[in-house]
Design a protein around this ligand. Structure first.
Ligand code: HEC
Length: 150
């Protein structure tokens, strides 16, 4: 009787250990960071009109539907990590349209401002099917945010 009780106690102790062991905990934090980056701006900065350093401006929620801000992570569109200062169609690991590959633009304040106001007008044939940000202040906020993405 006593030995049976001892085994049961040992078993439940082992279960408790494995429940808080480190491999499951690591996995949980991986999942959490993936989930957090999939929807960066929509909820927590919804009321901000001007972004604090590093935080996505409210208007970026529209971009986040198609673009991740994590390097190497592609969505409908390419990751926007490090896009500022690159040439159009240059992000590796993404299948750009011929229109974007041939656009020969360098993404800076001026080109991004024009592109984001009406993508399909500046790069006819682009597969970024987004009508554009008509508010110059929103474009400014979004471009400032793009600069911070490394
Ligand atoms: C409906 C999905 C969608 C939305 C919304 C969207 N994009 Fe895109 N974006 C794309 C796709 C797809 C491409 C690739 C275009 C191509 O290859 O023609 C792209 C390309 C780009 C590029 C060019 C990348 C490069 O390396 O040349 C930039 C910059 C960009 N998007 C920024 C934005 C920003 C900023 C917003 C929000 C204001 C936004 N996009 C909203 C789908 C989207």
């Amino acid at each position: 009787m006593t030995s049976h009780f001892g085994a049961a106690a040992a078993l439940s102790f082992a279960l408790a250990l494995s429940a808080c062991g480190s491999p499951p905990a690591d996995k949980a934090s991986d999942t959490a960071s993936t989930a957090a980056s999939a929807t960066p701006a929509a909820t927590d900065t919804g009321t901000a009109t001007t972004a604090a350093a590093g935080a996505a401006p409210a208007a970026f929620a529209q971009c986040a539907a198609c673009h991740s801000t994590e390097k190497g992570k592609m969505g409908v569109g390419p990751s926007l990590a490090g896009v500022y200062g690159t040439k159009s169609g240059e992000i590796t690991g993404y299948a750009f349209s011929d229109a974007m590959k041939g656009a020969n633009l360098t993404w800076d304040d001026k080109t991004l401002d024009e592109y984001l106001s009406n993508p399909m007008k500046m790069v006819p044939g682009t597969k970024m099917t987004f009508a554009g940000l008509t508010d110059p202040a929103q474009r400014k906020d979004v471009i400032a945010y793009l600069k911070t993405l490394k």
